[in-house]
Ligand binder design. Structure first.
Ligand code: NAP
Length: 263
């Protein structure tokens, strides 16, 4: 049976890693991006190749949409249903870091608004739109596997970094999305999850690579290495394959054990 995932911010980084892992298991994909069409096309081509190597014939479609803009969110959902006729997995992945890491005594309101709009308002209202469509889908075909929703937050939801307070506040707010939608959708069989990545090697962490190299070598994470987009992608696949059927509102830490308290 055809299963369709919509991944926001799948042109690069973690979203791309999620797309590749889902492609390997035969999922059809909507690859959303904000501005980098070439990267999105590359991800789509690489997903087709990865699926083919695993013996799966999948379809991919790319769609530009800025998740912080209401009309773009509606267009993205319409595109998904027009192209594939269904949605089985929404992955709220797209997010941004502050353009400038500034001390919380100096950081601007403009940066705060940008991060709240993209990292919180975007996924919150995209989930609202997707959930409405998923409920219709469930009502029309109750015998089919139930859709799933997963949101990529961050260890910054509970870790204070005083040079990017706006990012931490946004991720802490985003962490409430999952308990809310998990509670609202549970009786319809739609499970909702949060994945909380640690330090993952992407463009976002490029500017702080040396700093984190040093911290990891000094023991920042019990598993002493950088995380990869594929690490996050494999956790999403576990959800897509419904390996956690009696869990909803659950947080999966994909952080090399960063969250452990040690003595
Ligand atoms: P990245 O490499 O900078 O990639 C960001 C992706 O999001 C790109 O595909 C980008 O599209 C897209 N995007 C940005 N703004 C968007 C918008 N307004 N609407 C739609 N798409 C948008 O970032 P990443 O490191 O993969 O991060 C992905 C997610 O994981 C983010 O939510 C981030 O906060 C979270 N995270 C990252 C880390 C880490 O260590 N890297 C750790 C924890 C959590 P374009 O290519 O078109 O620009």
């Amino acid at each position: 049976m055809k299963r369709v995932a919509l991944i926001t911010g799948a042109s690069r980084g973690i979203g791309r890693g999620i797309a590749l892992e889902l492609a390997k298991t035969g999922w059809h994909l909507v690859i959303n991006y904000a501005g980098n069409a070439a990267a999105a096309s590359q991800t789509a081509a690489d997903c087709l190749a990865a699926a083919q190597a695993g013996g799966h014939a999948i379809q991919t479609a790319t769609c530009q949409a800025d998740i912080s803009i209401s009309a773009d969110r509606a267009r993205l959902l319409d595109f998904t249903y027009t192209t594939f006729g269904r949605l089985d997995l929404l992955v709220n992945n797209a997010g941004v870091a502050p353009n400038v890491r500034a001390d919380i005594l100096e950081a601007s309101e403009e940066s705060f608004d940008r991060l709240i709009n993209i990292n919180v308002k975007g996924p919150y209202f995209l989930t609202q739109l997707a959930a409405r469509r998923m409920l219709e889908q469930v009502a029309q075909a109750p015998e089919e596997p139930r859709p799933r929703i997963v949101t990529i937050s961050s260890i910054s939801a509970y870790t204070a970094s005083t040079n990017r307070g706006d990012y931490c506040i946004a991720k802490a707010a985003l962490a409430m999305l999952t308990p809310l939608y998990a509670s609202r959708l549970a009786d319809s069989g739609i499970n909702v999850y949060e994945i909380r990545p640690g330090v993952i090697a992407t463009d976002m962490t490029g500017p702080v690579r040396e700093k984190y190299d040093k911290l990891i070598s000094e023991g920042l994470t019990p598993i002493p290495r950088w995380g990869t987009p594929a690490d996050v992608g494999k956790a999403v696949v576990a959800i897509a394959l419904d390996l956690l059927p009696f869990s909803t509102g659950e947080v999966l830490n994909v952080d090399g054990g960063f969250h452990l308290r040690r003595l």
